[in-house]
Design a protein around this ligand. Structure first.
Ligand SMILES: Cc1cc2nc3c(=O)[nH]c(=O)nc-3n(C[C@H](O)[C@H](O)[C@H](O)COP(=O)(O)OP(=O)(O)OC[C@H]3O[C@@H](n4cnc5c(N)ncnc54)[C@H](O)[C@@H]3O)c2cc1C
Length: 367
């Protein structure tokens, strides 16, 4: 279908900043660019109705890192990089709440918990041994010591230990994105849904939809894990994550988040339901994909895990997948690729946490 003259003339001409991607990073970039350039015409172009990436498809953990995840990251990437990441996540969560109050995202900040299953007693003991040092290092960047041993069972079975994570929270990602839409539209930012960008010309900053080239003054690409479909040569690797939600089973909802195994598996309650996601480490090759599908093996694995932890059979009423952006290096890519084209991509598994800050940084480096 071609654009009519009217559509093209009204919506797609004379754009100062075009932003590809209507997830949290695209929305935050648009917001912060509008704050910096109040008279600029800013247009966000999104291929789906909500977000066909991760921002309305994630688990809604407002978190900065579980003990085993941080300790394992520190071994691979070193403490300096890990502490910077923790700081960015925490700052990002603060920045998000400064713009969208927790109450508008059905959010709460009751803390999180890392749990260890009965076969992980050695891992629990060694994590506990390292906890004072971990708290000291995190305290240096956040100003508080988040981790402490927990003894309550949380109604879970098969658990030999638990470590609480102070100030961790959870939100409703759909409500978060809806708030971004509302706030940005009120600022005069245009958001065009249902337009798939077919290609990008990095040198000129032009992008193509329905065969037509559109030339904004500046182009910002915020497509995270889906970036390899538009721009090649960046260290961004798509990583699918699958999520299940049970029927209403909890008599007393936790209103807390839970992590297992370096954060590769996570669960929380959604009202009286339980949401569980992850397991990517068990199916790494299969999950390095741009395809938004679910697979029986991951679903089965997550279903078994939650039944084992709850000690009972549960029904799955909702399931979906989303695409994250990982890389061989950690941390987001926020940079110019040419005088006209900028990118803010590779949020890892923590875009809810760092996304707002990334948009702020992107606006800061743009002229
Ligand atoms: C299942 C799952 C659970 C997660 N859980 C958490 C969590 O609990 N806490 C946390 O902090 N993070 C979590 N994450 C990660 C987090 O959701 C992401 O890091 C974050 O949403 C990335 O935001 P973004 O704006 O960079 O990318 P996205 O939200 O992926 O947005 C990119 C947008 O670009 C659009 N797009 C792509 N290509 C095109 C094109 N050609 N034309 C037009 N539009 C295009 C996509 O449709 C998409 O909406 C999870 C991710 C997944 C998948």
């Amino acid at each position: 279908m071609n654009f009519s003259y009217w559509e093209f003339d009204f919506y797609l001409k004379n754009i100062d900043f075009a932003i590809i991607g209507g997830g949290i990073v695209g929305m935050s970039s648009a917001y912060h660019l509008k704050r910096k350039f109040p008279n600029a015409r800013i247009v966000v172009v999104e291929r789906d109705f909500f977000s066909a990436g991760a921002s309305s498809r994630n688990a809604g953990f407002a978190c900065f890192g579980s003990p085993t995840e941080i300790l394992s990251d520190a071994q691979v990437n070193g403490w300096e990089s890990v502490l910077k990441t923790i700081q960015n996540r925490y700052m990002g969560l603060q920045a998000l709440q400064d713009i969208i109050p927790m109450s508008k995202m059905d959010g709460c900040q009751n803390g999180g918990v890392e749990i260890f299953e009965s076969h992980e007693s050695d891992k629990f003991d060694s994590t506990m041994d390292q906890l004072p040092d971990l708290n000291r290092r995190v305290n240096d960047v956040l100003g508080f010591s988040p981790y402490q041993k927990k003894s309550e069972p949380f109604g879970l079975t098969n658990i030999i230990g638990a470590i609480g994570i102070d100030r961790e929270g959870m939100i409703h990602p759909g409500k978060m994105l809806a708030q971004w839409q509302k706030i940005n539209r009120e600022l005069g930012i245009e958001i065009l849904y249902g337009l798939n960008i077919e290609s990008v010309d990095v040198a000129s900053g032009a992008f193509q939809i329905r065969g037509r080239w559109i030339l904004p003054s500046r182009l910002v690409v915020c497509t995270n894990g889906l970036t390899p479909g538009l721009i090649s040569g960046l260290d961004v690797i798509p990583a699918r994550n699958q999520v299940l939600v049970t029927n209403e089973i909890l008599e007393k909802p936790w209103n807390q988040t839970f992590h297992l195994r370096e954060g590769y598996v996570y669960f929380r309650n959604v009202g009286r339901r339980v949401l569980i996601g992850g397991g990517r480490d068990m199916f790494r090759e299969q999950e390095a994909t741009l395809l938004l599908e679910e697979t029986e093996n991951v679903k089965h694995y997550l279903h078994e895990t939650i039944q084992r932890l709850l000690g009972r059979e549960v029904e799955i009423e909702h399931h979906w997948s989303g695409i994250m952006g990982m890389g061989n290096s950690k941390g987001p890519i926020i940079q110019s690729l040419s005088e006209k084209t900028y990118v803010a991509v590779r949020m890892g598994g923590m875009g809810v946490a760092i996304g707002t800050w990334v948009g702020q940084e992107l606006a800061r480096i743009m002229e």
